[in-house]
Write a protein that binds this ligand. Structure first.
Ligand SMILES: [Zn+2]
Length: 74
C-alpha cells in the first residue's frame, strides 16, 4: 500500500498516510485535528532533484583529451 504525504493548511506540518491509491485524494486529517489539508508530492523526489542540481564535476584527470573516460561526455 503506497504512502502519501499531506500538508496541513492551518499549521503547515507535513504528515504521511498509508492508504490505497483509490483513496489518495480523500481528506486526510492533520494529526493536530485540522481538516484543511492537501496532498503533496513526496519529499524524497524533491530532495533527489536538489542533489542533482549542483553535481560534482566529473574528471578523469586527462583534461578531456581522451575518448574513453567520463570527462569527454560533457
Ligand atoms: Zn494542522
Amino acid at each position: 500500500m503506497p504512502l502519501y504525504e499531506y500538508v496541513c493548511d492551518d499549521c503547515e506540518i507535513r504528515f504521511e498516510v498509508l492508504r490505497p491509491a483509490s483513496r489518495m485524494d480523500d481528506r486526510a486529517d492533520c494529526p493536530r485535528g485540522h481538516v484543511s489539508t492537501r496532498r503533496v508530492l513526496s519529499t524524497f523526489a524533491t530532495m533527489t532533484r536538489d542533489e542533482y542540481a549542483d553535481p560534482e564535476p566529473v574528471s578523469g584527470g586527462c583534461g578531456g583529451g581522451c575518448t574513453n573516460c567520463a570527462c569527454s561526455v560533457n
